[in-house]
Design a protein around this ligand. Structure first.
Ligand code: PEP
Ligand code: MG
Length: 591
């Protein structure tokens, strides 16, 4: 400590991407650039060199599949699916053909050719003003490092699997391969030179609930392993050699965090009920059967959204009816008697499969996705519907369709369900004859015809992620227009209210399962609008519950009345924030 004070405090500022504060020793991962030697080959060596390249690529593919398997098991299918982009790099024929051409025409070694071509692609991608494409450059470089390591017979340079002591990892850029290997117990926080709120590091850090700061410019060059530092993921700073005063101030924040965590743990098994006795159902979203345990630990009262597409994403061939039946039954049994709402396949949009390449579309979110895909690809849909029906005999299963845009789609899907029920009856396979079927309300047209839909369904679940995207015509993945993606836009508030009114007119329930339900700030608005259930990401169930238990329904209703009459998204947002901070200030302390 004395030494730290003598050296003086140094502050590095970046972008906060994962909340929390930690302190400890730094481990700077110096991703030393490979020095790639150029070697001239003779004519007779060329074929062997191309075979050597191919072996290196196969080895890399196996490694990536292995990392993907480990990540999917340890962190969840969504994180695992990040590696699909890496596998696609290895399958990129244009790139590989160019590498082979370079080996043949310039007679150079495989490492040199691969590095030259891949680095040119990566540099081009990195220069484009688009976060998504810049991430592809990171993917490209991550895969290149692996291929080169394999060709050069090198081990990965940083063994993050066996960290000797707890530390804060600092790096120029943390690749998904790095984070996947992390010995999580010993990682206190992350800091990287590059990155944005949507970068892999940010997404991983948030799902691991590890504080992280990105965009620290050249911090990795200035920092050294072993230095003592404090990382503040709320405000986006790293303070090296913090003074006693700084440590004291942060000590207060850390104490508050610890005490909040304790309070959140205390309410795990308690209901989501307001101070004036209004009870709502608080459930969680999952991506695979293994997540079901986390749902119970988080204190959720079931699963409001099982995104089944992740069962399809991480594999070479689509899962069979039997494999799906196993997965759905495992989740249903783990949760029983709590409900499990299984959403039928929602492919397309931003979710693609390695084994089932969908055609390139100008507007994938407006294209061949979700229920539209399933109604045309009936073999795929049949296997899934039969698997869900069969799993309904194993627990409290419900089913819903994504992206319903009108009555025809609902009628067609329901007719198929009846057909497969008849098949199962004939085969003597058990299922729940009263399986409840609902629809996601995520297109404006679905809201407008909600009365027609409600008559034929048992519940609605509002997918605010897509409803906002489609109603405001704002691509949910585009960082450039992220400021226009406003959950409190008056149009969204009114669409939610219209959905609730239609549902209640027909005596069915309505839930919200988009990200809005995971943000405690919006819980009062949604409750006030009459929503019966919220389905949040598991780590956010207890913060949302904590706030609801400190709220009065009358306050929520007053907020909703204000929002329905208000003409400004920012005014509605400010009111939501004020009320949330007023009823649960400890959730929002960042200083
Ligand atoms: C939504 O659109 O709000 C939703 C929950 O579905 P997804 O995010 O999977 O599209
Ligand atoms: Mg959706």
């Amino acid at each position: 400590m004395a030494e730290a004070s003598q050296k003086g405090e140094q502050v590095f500022r970046g972008i906060p991407v994962s909340a929390g504060v930690c302190r400890g020793r730094l481990l700077v991962i110096d991703r030393s650039r490979h020095s790639i030697g150029k070697r001239e080959l003779t004519e007779t060596e060329l074929q062997d060199e191309i075979s050597r390249l191919e072996r290196g690529l196969v080895q890399t593919r196996h490694q990536i599949l292995e990392v993907q398997r480990r990540v999917s098991q340890g962190m969840g299918a969504a994180e695992g699916s990040i590696f699909d982009a890496h596998l696609l790099v290895l399958e990129d024929r244009t790139l590989l053909d160019e590498v082979i051409r370079m080996i043949e025409t310039q007679r150079v070694n495989a490492e040199y050719a691969f590095h030259s071509v891949a680095e040119r692609y990566a540099t081009t991608l990195a220069a484009i003003e688009d976060d998504y494409l810049r991430e592809r450059a990171t993917d490209m470089r991550d895969v290149t490092t692996r291929v080169l390591n394999n060709l050069l017979g090198l081990e990965d340079e940083a063994d993050l699997r066996h960290l000797k002591e707890p530390c804060i990892i600092i790096s120029h850029d943390l690749t998904p391969s790095n984070t996947a290997q992390l010995d999580k117990r010993n990682v206190l926080g992350f800091g990287t030179d590059v990155g944005s709120k949507t970068s892999h590091t940010a997404i991983m850090a948030r799902s691991l609930r590890i504080p992280a700061v990105v965009g620290l410019k050249d911090a990795s060059l200035q920092l050294e392993s072993g230095q003592y530092a404090l990382l503040d993921g709320f405000n986006g700073v790293i303070i090296v050699n913090p003074t006693d005063q700084t440590l004291f101030e942060y000590g207060q924040l850390i104490k508050k965090q610890v005490s909040l965590e304790e309070k959140l743990r205390d309410i795990h098994q308690k209901p989501a009920v307001t101070l004036d006795g209004h009870r709502i159902l608080l459930s969680a979203n999952i991506e695979g059967p293994k997540d079901a345990e986390a749902v119970k630990l988080a204190g959720a009262e079931g699963v409001g959204l099982f995104r089944t597409e992740y069962l399809f994403i991480n594999r070479d061939v689509p899962p069979s009816e039997e494999q799906q039946f196993e997965a759905y039954s495992e989740a249903a049994r783990a949760l029983k008697p709590l409900p499990l709402v299984i959403r039928t396949l929602d492919l397309g949009g931003d979710k693609f499969l390695a084994h089932m390449p969908l055609p390139r579309e100008m507007n994938p979110f407006l294209g061949w996705r979700a229920i539209r895909f399933c109604l045309q690809e009936q073999d795929v849909f049949r296997e899934q519907l039969r698997a869900i029906l069969r799993a309904s005999a194993e627990g409290n299963v419900k089913m819903m369709y994504p992206m319903i845009s009108g009555l025809d789609e609902l009628n067609q899907a329901n007719a198929l369900v009846e057909l497969y029920k008849a098949e199962l009856r004939a085969e003597g396979l058990p299922f729940d004859e009263h399986l409840q079927i609902g629809a996601m309300i995520e297109t404006p047209s679905a809201v407008i015809v909600a009365d027609s839909l409600a008559k034929r369904l048992k519940f609605f679940s509002i997918g605010t992620n897509d409803l906002i995207q489609y109603s405001l015509a704002v691509d949910r993945m585009n960082e450039k227009i992220a400021h226009l993606y406003e959950p409190t836009h008056p149009a969204i508030v009114r669409l939610i209210k219209a959905t609730v009114d239609s549902a209640h007119r027909h005596k069915i329930t309505v839930s919200v399962c988009g990200e809005m339900a995971s943000d405690p700030v919006f819980a009062p608005l949604l409750l006030g609008l009459g929503v019966d259930e919220l389905s949040a990401a598991p780590p956010l169930v207890s913060p949302v519950k904590f706030l609801i238990r400190r709220l009065k329904l009358s306050e929520a209703k007053a907020l909703a009345d204000f929002a329905l009459a208000c003409e400004s998204a920012s005014e509605i947002l400010a009111r939501c924030q004020d009320l949330a901070r007023q009823v649960a200030p400890s959730l929002f302390e960042t200083k």
